[in-house]
Design a protein around this ligand. Structure first.
Ligand code: OGA
Ligand code: NI
Length: 201
């Protein structure tokens, strides 16, 4: 992996300039397989994902079909992946983009064959706490035809189709619309959000 501070600075600059950043080779193949094994061991704990939050929360299989497992920061799956570079990324985003990020949430997500997630934004209607979406894909053997591509809709640009290749890191502004096309195989990722939460005094 590129020095994590240099990596973070480059990602921050790209997000600042164009709203997203894509980096390949964040993890070598051996670490991808280790993380994938950890994720497979957690599968019994995965739950059907929901849409919206608080009063709005509902599961809706016509919109979203993946299963998720929320990760705590001391979980090995988190520490050996996102945790390796996230502190630098948050510092950089706050310095360069004044996002005031003071919270985060990460989950492991699996799409089984046939699963998808229709076009949506990650920032909720009644709360804009989510500022930045971070996704690390863990599919070392992904090949054309496996599906599960993420389509990122950029304002005034052609949609960007991003394949969920193992070791690929995608960071984008949570207000951007995106969707996950139907996966034809098991598709694994660690996905999360950098948030600015309100201070209640
Ligand atoms: C999400 C999402 C995209 C992906 O979980 O909100 O859009 O590529 N995930 O897994
Ligand atoms: Ni999303």
């Amino acid at each position: 992996m590129e020095d994590s501070e240099l990596l973070a600075n480059r990602i921050v600059q790209e997000v600042y300039e164009k709203g997203f950043s894509l980096t390949d080779g964040i993890l070598d193949t051996a670490s991808q397989h280790t993380l994938l094994k950890m994720m497979e061991d957690l599968i019994p704990h995965f739950k059907q994902a929901s849409i919206g939050h608080q009063q709005d929360k509902q599961t809706n299989a016509e919109i979203r079909k993946d299963k998720i497992y929320w990760l705590s920061e001391d979980e090995n799956l988190y520490r050996q992946s996102i945790g390796l570079f996230l502190p630098h990324l948050i510092t950089g985003l706050n310095r360069r983009c004044f996002l005031g990020i003071n919270a985060q949430e990460f989950m492991a997500a699996v799409y089984s064959p046939g699963d998808f997630y229709k076009k949506h934004r990650d920032a909720f209607r009644d709360s804009d706490a989510r500022k930045i979406t971070v996704i690390l894909y863990l599919n070392p053997n992904w090949k054309t035809g496996d599906g599960g591509e993420l389509v990122l809709h950029l304002p005034d640009k052609a949609p960007l189709i991003i394949t969920p290749l193992g070791g690929r890191l995608l960071v984008f502004e949570s207000i951007l619309e995106h969707e996950v096309l139907a996966s034809h195989t098991n598709r694994y990722s660690i996905t999360g959000w950098l948030k600015q939460t309100e201070l209640v005094v």
